[in-house]
Design a protein around this ligand. Structure first.
Ligand SMILES: Nc1ncnc2c1ncn2[C@@H]1O[C@H](COP(=O)(O)OP(=O)(O)OP(=O)(O)O)[C@@H](O)[C@H]1O
Ligand SMILES: [Mg+2]
Length: 252
């Protein structure tokens, strides 16, 4: 069964249709890239699925359940997470405290119903914090203040924060933006490793074609809010509509 399905998903901002009747299906454990020119609607699409924006029309199904219009924290608790940019990091807290706080936030819903088991819950929080810090290779730096991490490490910390809710589906919006070639390579390796170790499904928006061709199983191409191609990297590369609309004759 598909892990994620959107059905006629549409978002209008006044007269602008930023996301236009998008039907997208993502399979379990797939790495799906979403590409398209600036302003194509990629971030808006992610915000619709993760609950940060409410759709004008259409539906979102996760694991077969309709999650359309739910609050972000409700969607997170069902297993969908998004790696935010540095805004989600508390700079004065340590690396470990940042991830722990996110793990507590993710557990909070269960506290209300399960407060007698509070102790167990805190053990879970500590275990998850350690697992995710190890997964992004920041366990050795757990005591470091987040603010003093190098850029690439900060981005990995954001990923660990997103993983603290133990998602099945992780969205990443331009995970390698602003990274050096070395940091980009390390991030690609990390994404592949997360998928193997945690069994994640990953949907990523990315401008770096080299990154996309290395890790994407399928690529959806958005143009002016609409999907104009949804295929394997090779098929997308050979698609004349994509070359015309998006790549503008650029050789891949
Ligand atoms: N909150 C908003 N209010 C009004 N218009 C918006 C809002 N958010 C996005 N838009 C518009 O919707 C369109 C799609 O924007 P979006 O940020 O989703 O594009 P994108 O594909 O992520 O672009 P980029 O590659 O530059 O990140 C753009 O025209 C943008 O100006
Ligand atoms: Mg964007």
């Amino acid at each position: 069964m598909a892990i994620l399905e959107t059905d006629g998903l549409t978002k209008r901002f006044g007269g602008l249709t930023a996301v236009d009747d998008v039907n997208l299906t993502v399979e379990q454990r797939e790495t799906r890239a979403i590409i398209g020119p600036n302003g194509a609607g990629k971030s808006t699409f992610i915000n619709l699925v993760t609950g940060l924006l409410e759709p004008s029309e259409g539906a979102v199904r996760f694991d077969g359940n309709d999650i359309t219009g739910q609050e972000p924290h409700e969607i997170t608790q069902q297993g969908v997470s998004k790696s935010f940019q540095t805004a989600s990091i508390f700079p004065d807290m340590t690396v470990q405290e940042n991830v722990r706080l996110a793990a507590i936030a993710a557990e909070r819903g269960s506290f209300r119903f399960d407060f007698l088991k509070r102790r167990d819950r805190f053990d879970v929080v500590d275990d998850v914090t350690e697992e995710m810090l190890r997964a992004v290779d920041l366990w050795a730096d757990r005591g470091v203040e987040a603010t003093s991490l190098p850029y690439g490490d900060k981005r990995r910390l954001e990923i660990a924060i997103a993983l603290a809710s133990e998602p099945d589906l992780l969205f990443m919006d331009e995970p390698t933006a602003g990274m050096s070639p070395e940091e980009t390579n390390a991030t690609v390796d990390l994404i592949e490793q997360l998928q193997e170790d945690l069994g994640l499904t990953i949907v990523l928006v990315e401008h770096d074609m080299e990154v996309i061709f290395r890790i994407a199983d399928r690529i959806a191409v958005l143009n002016r809010g609409a999907i104009i191609a949804d295929a394997t990297p090779q098929e997308v590369q050979d698609d004349p509509d994509v070359q015309e609309a998006y790549l503008g004759g650029v050789e891949l």
